[in-house]
Design a protein around this ligand. Structure first.
Ligand SMILES: [Fe+2]
Length: 401
């Protein structure tokens, strides 16, 4: 790996043209033209996905089919280059780019930019490029492996309203957050790439996503529409799954995909869905997760899932979520469940058969959406629920035991 990194560094030195070293001194390699800055040639600037202490994925969309790469540097000031390579081929002649930066150091600030060359001619033995382009530089910071604190922002039920992101982010402009969890129904149904760009990626990259990662959590509306299968291509999910777990700060985060709200045999699904099986598969997976050291030894265990297991009516989806997930939550010390879906925001402390607090964010119209800000440290986990007009409408605190 060290050899490969050295090789990449050499490639970078030889071919990139402009290298920024410590002290922001620009050094020009011989016979290479400087990169042009044409931000408009990027249909979507870079957005961070699956940021861990030692790696991150960066995604972006170019206006034309291109070969693209990343340039990045940590606190050493040495610029390196990252490609997406599979089977010996650099990912290219595509507009949607997904590139991993490996071998990062925990708790370090990095800067990066996306670079691209449109492929103007692609014949078997002849390939031609257009002019190189690059985005501005962006920064991100890797989490530490033993961080005592974590914070996040949970947004839900945006329902194809790109202006909502600005309003909701404005309510937390004085707060910090390590990641944003988009807790389902960001859309009404999936139509095409333009919808994803206009209603998600453009507002999010404008506001935060080039420096702070977001997690796409599937709601029942993301399971609908002719583009629903391609939808997943626009995100980087651990193990390419909508359900996963990770530890950050003192929290073990559990992300679930609650599927559809109606029974699988409902006529609107036309016989081509299997969400009961999906939920049951996740329950079996969760039975194993709760046995792990990472889960058991975390100070707090927080589940983020679109359809809440309580306070969500008696349709099939919510009741099936309760049937398969609630017994696992109740018997394995889940501290908090954060949901959406009902469009009625509320804080529901444990009561009766409900053994854990259920927090439900609002939606789906202006004036009803909420931003849920969660912070956790060694003393307590605290969340504030803030309405899109800036008013705090709920809070909940869990003291560390
Ligand atoms: Fe929903």
């Amino acid at each position: 790996m060290n050899k490969r990194r050295e090789f990449l560094k050499q490639v970078s030195l030889l071919s990139v043209g402009v290298l920024t070293t410590k002290g922001n001194t620009s050094v020009m390699a011989k016979d290479v033209q400087p990169l042009s800055l044409h931000p408009n040639a990027f249909a979507v600037p870079p957005y961070l996905q699956h940021l861990t202490p030692t790696s991150t994925w960066v995604m972006f969309i170019t206006a034309e089919k291109a070969y693209s790469w990343l340039e990045y540097e940590g606190e050493s000031g040495i610029t390196q280059k990252a490609h997406m390579e599979e089977d010996g081929i650099y990912d290219s002649y595509t507009t949607l780019h997904k590139i991993q930066i490996p071998d990062l150091r925990p708790g370090e600030t990095y800067r990066y930019r996306a670079c691209s060359k449109p492929i103007t001619l692609f014949e078997p033995y002849k390939l031609e490029y257009g002019a190189e382009i690059a985005t501005p530089w962006y920064t991100f910071r890797t989490p530490t492996t033993d961080s005592a604190e974590v914070s996040c922002l949970v947004l839900n039920d945006i329902h194809d309203s790109p202006q909502a992101f600005g309003k909701l982010l404005d309510t937390v402009k004085d707060r910090t957050f390590d990641f944003v969890a988009l807790n389902g129904d960001t859309f009404n149904y999936q139509t095409d790439e333009k919808q994803i760009i206009d209603n998600l990626l453009t507002p999010c990259t404008t506001l935060f996503a080039s420096k702070t990662p977001f997690i796409m959590i599937r709601g029942n509306h993301e399971t609908r529409g002719k583009f629903r299968r391609a939808f997943k291509n626009y995100f980087t999910l651990p193990n390419n799954s909508y359900h996963f777990t990770f530890n950050q700060g003192p929290v073990c985060w559990v992300i679930l995909d609650t599927g559809e709200d109606k029974p699988d045999d409902h006529p609107v699904y036309a016989g081509i869905v299997a969400f009961d099986a999906l939920r049951e598969r996740q329950a079996r997976w969760l039975e194993e997760v709760v046995k792990t050291k990472a889960y058991k030894e975390a100070a707090y265990r927080v589940v983020i899932m679109h359809i809440p297991p309580y306070h969500s009516g008696d349709w099939h989806g919510p009741t099936h979520c309760r049937t398969v997930f609630d017994p696992i939550f109740a018997s394995n010390d889940v501290d908090l469940v954060v949901s959406g879906h009902t469009h009625r925001y509320g804080i529901h402390p444990p009561k009766g058969v409900q053994k854990y607090p259920v927090i439900i964010g609002g939606g789906s119209k202006d004036g009803t959406r909420t931003a849920i800000h969660i912070t956790a440290n060694e003393k307590q986990l605290h969340l504030d629920m803030i309405l899109d007009d800036g008013r705090k409408v709920g809070e909940y605190t869990i003291k560390a035991t």
